[in-house]
Design a protein around this ligand. Structure first.
Ligand SMILES: [Zn+2]
Length: 309
């Protein structure tokens, strides 16, 4: 069976925390061996820590996400450092910069300062870091150039940057991780960029509970009890895939018809695998194994629970 490594997700997210054991089990049944679970703010670091203690397949990551920079306590950096002291198996993440609609509400120089501190910590601890970047790739490249290279690796999570920047980030130690958000790029643009990514730097992720892949509805796993989904809605979206001639059409309803807040299930990493493999014109088996080996190599740093075999 195919084995996969979810290189970036948020199973501690309050929207799904109480269902995490079932989600993990379902994704494991679908071949997912490890989940890099990223904390985003001081309040959720403890949930990440506890989840990693309960589940050997959960790789904990601690970081302050740019959206939560404003709310940080005066003590945040000390608290972050303590997370790594008490959980030496952890990596750094999620950290980053954001000039998108939500990120614009957070002072950009503060975002950059918080990012710089956390990149320094990752270097000092010799750990990889998972980085979020929205509409700020030039700023990210500049700070990474000024501090790099990063021999322990940087995960550019949900990468949607340009093809041209791929070699520059690569040189500094970056890995490129793809989620369902990739389907929001024009196919030819996504293809051009994916083909620039060195084969030893490609990763797959779900970013669950966000980034629901825009695949056909029949191929997706849904989070049980997701309140954004009603029976009627699911029935409606599936019946609309039947043509007016009365025979079933091959055009199935896709996830773009679902409410924006529909939760993503970690087993939907298969939809990301399908999409990226088709763009790269390689088999799902090849891409699964390649991305799995890349994630294992990157995330089997000293103290990690990921074992290189
Ligand atoms: Zn994330």
């Amino acid at each position: 069976m195919i084995r996969l490594f979810d290189a970036h997700c948020h199973l501690q997210d309050p929207r799904i925390l109480h269902k995490a054991p079932q989600l993990i089990k379902a994704a494991q049944d679908a071949g997912v061996a490890y989940f890099a679970v990223n904390g985003v703010c001081e309040q959720d670091w403890d949930s990440v820590k506890r989840m990693a203690e309960t589940h050997p397949c959960v790789l904990p990551c601690f970081g302050l996400h740019p959206w939560f920079v404003k709310e940080r306590s005066p003590n945040w950096f000390k608290a972050l450092r303590e997370c790594f002291d008490s959980t030496p198996s952890a990596a750094v993440g999620e950290i980053g910069v954001d000039k998108g609609s939500r990120g614009r509400k957070v002072d950009f120089s503060e975002q950059m300062e918080v990012l710089r501190q956390q990149l320094e910590l990752a270097k000092e601890l010799n750990k990889p870091a998972s980085v979020h970047c929205v509409r700020a790739f030039a700023d990210l490249l500049e700070i990474m150039k000024s501090m790099g290279p990063f021999p322990a690796g940087i995960i550019l999570h949900s990468y949607l940057g340009s093809a041209e920047m791929v070699p520059e980030f690569s040189k500094l130690g970056a890995y490129f991780s793809f989620s369902g958000f990739l389907m929001s790029l024009k196919a030819n643009k996504a293809k051009k960029m994916l083909k620039m990514v060195p084969s030893d730097r490609i990763l797959l992720e779900t970013d669950a509970p966000d980034a629901l892949p825009m695949s056909n509805i029949d191929s997706l796993h849904f989070v049980e009890g997701d309140t954004s989904l009603t029976e009627e809605l699911l029935a409606q979206t599936t019946s609309s895939s039947t043509s007016s001639l009365g025979k079933s059409s091959h055009v199935l309803a896709d996830a773009s018809m679902l409410p924006k807040e529909t939760l993503n299930h970690p087993a939907n990493i298969h939809n990301v695998l399908d999409y990226v493999a088709s763009m790269l014109e390689i088999t799902n088996e090849e891409l699964a194994e390649l991305s799995y080996q890349n994630a294992v190599r990157l995330l089997s740093y000293e103290g990690s629970k990921v074992l290189q075999n």
